[in-house]
Design a protein around this ligand. Structure first.
Ligand SMILES: Cc1cc2nc3c(=O)[nH]c(=O)nc-3n(C[C@H](O)[C@H](O)[C@H](O)COP(=O)(O)O)c2cc1C
Length: 419
């Protein structure tokens, strides 16, 4: 089946304006500019586009809420912070398909009535920033953005803003803080950015991959888009596979494709050659799944029913012979290091979980220590300014459920059963 974002396979090298136009590039903009902004919101809502930044929030609904906010100006922020370990989909889109991203940005700004868009891009992504900078120059010369886009009444300014190399800096309100010149720390919500966002004005923050879907939807229609994926998760999603498979890379697949297809056909199976012990469909913050869930369809509902989540599509595989206690300790330490420290609850929760996991690793505390995890997580549920506080829970709780023997081995011997 043809892809939506990647023309054939994952493109190698940057697609220039001539090549992009040759496959229909900027035709969606030319079409949309003759209609109304509401038409763009309507078609994207009908297509059922859901955010690819992790939560799967309906994009049309977010835009509608931004439009309904009465304050002006409104802002659009393209979120290319991408500091999730192992995620590379946004970088590939920015580097290789910059015009697809830019056309989606212009259409989205037009949809919400924004006259200023910020492209918030991971500051370490030198090639992506260069590629986008060059594409912006080409697109401006062609009157796709700037004063009076394609001779219409719509004007749009676009600015690149480097995102700090820091996980929390990708959280939407932390991104707004950075653009306003402050430290990357999330804001308390509500109010949500759609009503009180950048400089206190209505703002839509959308992931790079989300916005890359907009031009194809506007050009080819909602019905065409819904031919891909499932009813509740239409379209495709880009999944990132890393060194635990034979063919690491990014793969665009229709939602609903069995996880097995991604792992075996795309990734070429486990590099270790050993049997699969566990799957983490949204590393590092989702619950582990056991190997018998390998046929779970890759869509939001199916993953939730299986007990995990889709997140932003970084699929991590654990081979037999890997100790889950060591894996979970690494994850707990990651969240402790990445907690920005603004909320006492998050700071306390993440550091306590790390401390408890270190004790388990060292064989201290016996069975009673295992009960502490659930208590700490329950106590902090719903607290914190951002979702980071909810991220360490699923890996720990699923590991305790699925792999009690690994915990018992550490607790009874004080040694790792594997290393
Ligand atoms: C700790 C943390 C880090 C995040 N990092 C990113 C990121 O790098 N890129 C991103 O698009 N969304 C990230 N998000 C999600 C954003 O807050 C927001 O939901 C997203 O940008 C919305 O875009 P979407 O509706 O297109 O998915 C992060 C959230 C949290 C809690």
């Amino acid at each position: 089946m043809e892809g939506i974002l990647f023309p054939r396979a994952v493109p190698e090298g940057r697609e220039g304006l001539t090549e992009y136009r040759a496959r229909g590039g900027y035709e969606a903009l030319a079409k949309a500019i003759k209609g109304t902004p509401e038409d763009i919101v309507k078609i994207v809502s009908e297509a059922g586009l859901r955010g690819r930044g992790g939560a799967g929030f309906p994009t049309g609904k977010k835009w509608q809420l931004t439009r309904e906010a009465t304050e002006t100006p409104r802002y659009l922020v393209l979120n290319g912070g991408e500091d999730e370990p192992g995620s590379k989909k946004d970088r590939v889109l920015l580097e290789n398909l910059p015009h697809l991203v830019i056309e989606g940005t212009i259409l989205s700004a037009c949809a919400i009535g924004a006259t200023q868009a910020y492209l918030y891009i991971n500051a370490e992504y030198d090639d992506a920033i260069k590629s986008i900078t060059d594409a912006l120059t080409e697109a401006k010369a062609a009157a796709y953005w700037g004063e009076k886009v394609l001779g219409s009444d719509f004007s749009l300014d676009i600015e690149i803003f480097p995102a700090p190399h820091n996980y929390v800096a990708g959280e939407d309100t932390a991104a707004l803080e950075v653009i306003e010149g402050r430290k990357p720390q999330p804001r308390q919500k509500p109010p949500f950015p759609v009503t009180v966002g950048l400089f206190g004005k209505p703002t839509s923050v959308n992931n790079v991959e989300t916005l890359a879907n907009v031009a194809p939807i506007v050009l080819k229609g909602a019905e065409w888009y819904r031919r891909f994926g499932t009813a509740e998760s239409p379209g495709t999603m880009i999944f990132s596979l890393n060194d635990d498979v034979n063919r690491p890379g990014v793969y665009e697949l229709p939602f609903g494709t069995p996880l097995r297809y991604l792992i075996e056909e795309c990734g070429g199976g486990l590099k270790s050659g050993k049997p699969l012990k566990a799957i983490m469909p949204a590393a590092p913050s989702s619950a582990f799944l056991p190997p018998d869930k390998i046929d779970t369809p890759l869509d939001h509902n199916s993953m939730r029913e299986a007990g995990s989540a889709l997140g932003c599509g970084v699929v991590k595989l654990i081979s037999e012979g890997t100790c889950i206690v060591e894996e979970v300790l690494r994850i707990a330490d990651f969240f402790t290091a990445e907690s920005c420290g603004k909320c006492p609850a998050c700071r306390m929760e993440t550091s306590t979980l790390s401390m408890l996991m270190k004790k388990v690793q060292a064989g201290q505390g016996g069975q009673p220590i295992l009960e502490q995890f659930g208590k700490i997580l329950a106590f902090n549920k719903g607290k914190g300014f951002c979702n980071l506080i909810a991220m360490p829970g699923p890996p720990i709780e699923s590991a305790l459920n699925l792999f009690p023997a690994d915990f018992e081995a550490h607790l009874s011997t004080g040694k790792c059963p594997v290393n």
